[in-house]
Design a binder for this molecule. Structure first.
Ligand SMILES: [Zn+2]
Ligand SMILES: [Zn+2]
Length: 454
């Protein structure tokens, strides 16, 4: 394997130059205490931009909203893009942490909401800033251009497209590879990789069904849109249960439901949002079609006076990791972690979520760029082990849960290491010393656990 250094030497270089984890832990806590809703990430973007500038990166701000990039040009060679998100979620934090968020912001619907980094994007930012620091410190072992990208509005899956439409690819050198990672509730300090498809399709529908307003005491004089919407949401569960191929995973979820203003009023309309997710394009198309048919059919059955409004708020393609690049990265991780590789490097689970990270691998009008998207664990080890013993893994706080509380260490270290290992690996063409001992290569290869999969 053509890595620039032996793994022993590589580990040594990282250890010598590793950034101060207390400093990046403090940055994490600060970002965690000051979460910002999608499209409102001004403070977060300023903190990130300021830090990148202090490290000597050339920063370009306000790309597609609060999006920004930090560029470190370090001679000829490849361009490696590392991506993080900036945004948080409208959730009231319930972790009990000393640095728990108490933040509130007015959302785009005009409603004041509690805000929490419940998806780990604060951990992603701290990890990427730490990796930017490490890559700067070890810049004599690689050459090329490092691009650190921080995207806004990921939770609504619109920030990636906004950055691209705002000319992202004219503001940075075209990447040779795009890399991203996501915190998940597996054991803190572990890293999960997987070749090929890892995340699924998403269509998010924004629906309004219409009724006829009246006094709650005379329902016969009106048409109740809340009842129509309730019937729709119940019936939507039959799409997966009764229409979709049982061999194919598919999810239909209604995550918001709003109607009316008071108990004595049957309102004019009711609103809800539905996410449709799967791993297969035909299944996705069939499920979306069935969802629309049921919405329209229920409205008709209930004498709704107006055709329902069904808007596609977001659509996101799946994530298909480049097989060769993922295999190389996994080998490098296993080699780097050596004796503890079997505990540290895991096979990533297929994940039904979607992430617009995938768009950075598809520059408009250009050839697709290979990409790798991996997971890293943030659940405290003892908590995870106990849950495993008790068979209660599914009860651990997960992303988008008000109790989601990443353990700073060893999660942060693993996040920094994974990004830096991947960067050094893919800068290999420009590496100033190309040597690896054959002994290490064999050791790394023999520890691979999942190559039989492809
Ligand atoms: Zn999320
Ligand atoms: Zn996320």
């Amino acid at each position: 394997m053509d890595l620039p250094y032996s793994f022993d030497k590589w580990r040594h270089i990282f250890e010598e130059s590793f950034p101060d984890l207390d400093k990046y832990g403090s940055i994490y806590k600060d970002l965690h205490q000051h979460p910002e809703l999608p499209c409102q990430e001004s403070r977060t973007a300023a903190v990130v931009a300021g830090h990148l500038e202090s490290l000597g990166y050339q920063v370009k701000k306000n790309i597609g909203g609060h999006g920004l990039v930090g560029i470190l040009s370090n001679g000829t060679g490849k361009t490696v893009l590392l991506r993080s998100e900036l945004d948080a979620l409208p959730i009231k934090e319930d972790t009990g942490l000393l640095y728990a968020s108490k933040a509130k912001q007015v959302d785009e619907d005009g409603i004041s909401k509690h805000v929490m980094h419940a998806c780990g994007h604060d951990m992603h930012m701290a990890s990427l800033l730490g990796a930017a620091d490490l890559m700067k410190s070890i810049k004599d072992i690689w050459s090329g251009t490092q691009v650190c990208l921080f995207q806004p509005n990921e939770e609504r899956l619109l920030g990636g497209q906004a950055m691209i439409e705002d000319g992202l690819f004219s503001k940075i050198p075209l990447p040779d590879i795009v890399l991203g990672q996501h915190a998940v509730p597996i054991k803190a300090g572990t890293i999960g990789t997987r070749p090929g498809r890892v995340l699924g399709f998403l269509d998010s529908l924004d629906v309004r069904v219409y009724g006829k307003g009246t006094h709650s005491s005379t329902p016969e004089l009106g048409i109740d849109p809340i009842l129509i919407a309730s019937c729709i949401v119940s019936r939507l569960q039959m799409v997966v249960a009764r229409e979709i191929d049982t061999k194919e995973p598919c999810v239909v979820t209604c995550g918001t439901f709003h109607g009316g203003t008071d108990a004595s009023i049957i309102p004019e309309y009711a609103d809800f949002k539905v996410d449709v997710r799967s791993f297969n394009k035909d299944i996705q198309l069939a499920a979306v079609k069935a969802v629309k048919r049921i919405i329209q059919g229920e409205c008709q059955a209930a004498r709704s006076p107006k055709t329902p409004r069904i808007l596609t708020a977001t659509s996101c393609p799946p994530i298909d990791n480049d097989e060769q690049a993922t295999a190389r990265f996994t080998r490098a991780l296993r080699g780097f972690y050596g004796d503890i590789a079997s505990e540290k490097v895991l096979l990533m689970d297929l994940d039904m979520t979607a992430d617009d990270f995938v768009l950075f691998g598809h520059p408009p009008g250009g050839k697709p760029i290979p990409y790798i998207y991996w997971n890293y664990g943030v659940t405290p080890g003892d908590q995870y082990d106990e849950a495993e013993r008790e068979g209660t893994i599914q009860d651990l706080p997960c992303n988008h849960n008000s109790k989601f509380a990443p353990e700073i260490e060893p999660s942060l270290r693993a996040g920094i290491e994974a990004l830096a290992i991947a960067s050094v690996l893919f800068f290999e063409d420009g590496a100033r010393s190309a040597h690896i001992s054959s002994q290490n290569t064999v050791a790394a290869m023999s520890m691979d656990r999942f190559y039989h999969l492809y």
